[in-house]
Design a protein around this ligand. Structure first.
Ligand code: NAD
Length: 337
């Protein structure tokens, strides 16, 4: 069994812990947190050994009546791999901790690409992570873009990608984020940093991205234009994309008009935390004009990277090839709407 440590038990970390616990070849060795809160209490209720991430604050857990199993240092020393899901920038600070214990580490998309040897998306470049000690699972937006671009590149060739990312202001629990009544060009400079991030997955890709932020918490929305190397019927693109296990083509008959109904659909389907691990592409939006392909897709920022982290664990340790890992992860988590 692969012993997995999770350092940083917030939005991403708690989801990765649950997904790891479902895997037949993995075990959650423990999760590390900086302070007691509702997530720390839930971790203990779920049976995940809880470790203190900051030695000086370890007493706070006991004062809150929460038993800790030790300090993060001990957790990292015993683990086969650590998933760092700390806030942006902290992962880079933690790198030396993982190096000291020779424990391979996964970082999240909030880190700069140079924190790791490889940036990772299971569908696009799984094999590149094999044997790497430091791997960055790219952000929710980069994951969403890579999953669509990979099959298009393989099937038709891609000349240029242009994407406008309408981004949620914050996650539902991020009460301090905004805007609450505005529409921001964000970042206001063009192109946004998202395009170069996608190029960490496909180094020869020509992509420009623009970002905006809106008063929403549920999902991001991408408006995508891909200039293909061949003229293709929209129906053929729909067939191609519908064969991809982590792309959900929203059929017209479901009458899902936006992220609100998508989340409602996920709740009705009994998805944990109403998570939507798949890109949600409006089938009717898939259109072609000459060599230009257009579509809209919703990206659930809190969860699309979760199956990717599970696959990255196997990739780093050389435990399975891409197809085997993706299939196991999808089956155990129930990915595929
Ligand atoms: P979060 O704030 O919800 O969770 C981070 C957790 O790490 C918190 O519990 C925090 O207390 C803890 N923490 C802080 N400092 C720590 C330390 N030194 N050691 C251990 N734990 C520490 O953040 P998140 O949204 O889960 O984001 C984590 C990473 O995932 C970031 O790089 C982010 O960019 C990336 N990411 C986030 C989203 C998203 O939408 N939330 C999507 C994709 C990727």
């Amino acid at each position: 069994m692969i012993q997995v440590a999770i350092n940083g038990y917030g939005t991403i970390g708690k989801r990765v812990a649950d997904a790891v616990a479902l895997q037949p070849d993995m075990e959650v060795l423990g999760v590390a947190k900086t302070r007691p809160n509702f997530e720390a209490e839930t971790a203990i209720e779920k049976g995940f050994p809880l470790y203190a991430a900051i030695e000086e604050r370890a007493d706070q857990f006991e004062e809150a009546g929460l038993e800790i199993a030790g300090l993060v240092d001990e957790l990292v020393a015993e683990a086969d791999v650590v998933v760092d899901a700390t806030p942006s920038g902290i992962g880079a600070e933690n790198r030396s901790l993982y190096e000291d214990h020779d424990t391979p580490a996964l970082y999240q998309g909030g880190e700069d690409a140079d924190v790791a040897d490889v940036s990772f998306n299971a569908r696009s470049n799984y094999a590149e992570a094999t044997g790497a000690d430091h791997v960055r699972v790219v952000s929710c937006n980069t994951t969403g873009l890579s999953r669509v671009i990979a099959p298009l590149r393989e099937e038709y060739g891609v000349e240029k990608v242009r994407a406008t990312l309408v981004r949620r202001g914050g996650d539902p629990g991020q009460t301090g984020r905004g805007p609450i009544n505005d529409i921001l060009p964000n970042p206001v400079t063009i192109p946004s940093h998202h395009g170069p991030d996608v190029e960490t997955i496909f180094d020869d890709l020509d992509i420009d991205t623009l970002g905006m932020k809106v008063p929403a918490t549920l999902m991001h929305m991408h408006s995508l234009n891909v200039t293909l190397e061949a003229e293709v019927d929209a129906a053929d693109v729909r067939d191609l994309l519908s064969d991809e296990s982590r792309l959900f083509l929203i059929p017209e008959r479901l009458a899902i008009d936006g992220s609100g109904k998508l989340k409602e659909f996920a709740m009705d389907a009994g998805r944990p935390r109403a998570d939507i691990w798949e890109n949600c592409i409006w089938e009717e939006s898939i259109s072609t004009v000459d060599r230009d392909l257009y579509l809209f897709q919703g990206i659930h920022q809190e969860s699309d990277v979760v199956p990717e982290n599970v696959d990255a664990i196997r990739a780093v340790l050389g435990e399975a090839d891409a197809a085997e890992s993706i299939e196991t992860t999808n089956e155990t988590m129930g990915v595929g709407l």
